[in-house]
Design a protein around this ligand. Structure first.
Ligand code: FAD
Length: 261
């Protein structure tokens, strides 16, 4: 049974070898890499065909497989027609979650927060056009819930790619009153978003300000869908507040810790 009112679709796990074609700094703290390659289409594997890349949900994620320090390639899982065998070729890779910001038959955009501490954020400082990259997924997509009256979305910078995608793909006929509260470190990290007339975007700086903003939002009438993604501790505080103080039921609350401080 679905956890929320969002319909979930499942896709087979496919390992794709792609090449970086562009590196663009969207802001000083967010780097977009564009990946390309024939592996975005379906391709032959031993024993069958691996499905083409597919991503239907604004908050889908792929695993980016990152090489260990000083190595060119990570230990890759072995691909079968509909499943992956992790560790089969000796060791498991470092695998980090990133949102497909935009995808077409020939290109995939991912956006990395340049926080400077971890494997993926260090790796993204080293990539250049021509670098090889391996991704797995998405293995599932959750669709926008249609039977709601309003939506409140809270994102920190790691979930900004999901918000950007949601707004870029917003259907003209969707008139759900939507408030989006985004936390970024400084005004330089604000990006242009294509908000629809039924939506407004509020930018805040600092995690406490992010949590406090939701406490001050005029709460809409009816079934309000709440989506939260960002630092796990702050997400927990927001989830607690909206469920106890605003009475948001579990099937209308989708809260995910994207990283842990
Ligand atoms: C479904 C999903 C989708 C996601 N989509 C994106 C996306 O599109 N873009 C994106 O940038 N991130 C995204 N993330 C978050 C990303 O996977 C994590 O930030 C991840 O930890 C980064 O890996 P790393 O190797 O750089 O750092 P790690 O090795 O995991 O962590 C190393 C250190 O860095 C700290 N750290 C990790 N992330 C951050 C951060 N963002 N800011 C400050 N410190 C940090 C950790 O606390 C730790 O101390 C997503 C996460 C999920 C679950």
């Amino acid at each position: 049974m679905a956890r929320t009112r969002r319909t979930v679709q499942h896709w087979p796990a496919v390992l794709r070898e792609l090449t970086v074609s562009r590196v663009v700094d969207v802001t000083p703290t967010l780097r977009r890499i564009t990946l390309t390659g024939s592996a975005l289409a379906e391709f032959e594997v031993e024993g069958g065909i691996a499905a083409a890349f597919r991503s239907e949900g604004f908050d889908d994620s792929v695993k980016v497989l990152v090489p260990f320090d000083g190595e060119d390639r990570p230990p890759l899982p072995v691909q079968g027609p509909d499943r992956l065998e992790w560790g089969a070729a000796g060791g498991r890779p470092i695998a980090k979650d990133y949102t497909p910001r935009a995808a077409s038959a020939t290109e995939l955009d991912l956006e990395f927060v340049r926080h400077g501490h971890g494997f993926a954020s260090t790796w993204v400082e080293t990539v250049a056009p021509g670098s090889l990259t391996w991704i797995v997924g998405p293995t599932r997509s959750s669709l926008w819930p249609e039977d709601i009256d309003a939506a409140i979305l809270l994102a920190d910078e790691t979930a900004l790619p999901a918000i950007g995608r949601l707004l870029d793909e917003w259907p003209e006929e969707r008139t759900t009153e939507t408030t989006i509260i985004v936390e970024v470190p400084t005004p330089e990290s604000i990006v242009n978003l294509s908000a629809p007339s039924c939506g407004r975007v509020v930018w805040v700086h600092g995690r406490d300000a992010w949590v406090h903003t939701v406490e001050q939002v005029a709460w809409p009438e009816g079934d309000v869908f709440v989506w939260v993604a960002g630092e796990a501790g702050a997400v927990r505080r927001i989830r607690q507040f909206v469920s106890t103080e605003r009475g948001v039921p579990k099937d209308l609350l989708d809260a995910t810790g994207y990283w842990r401080d």
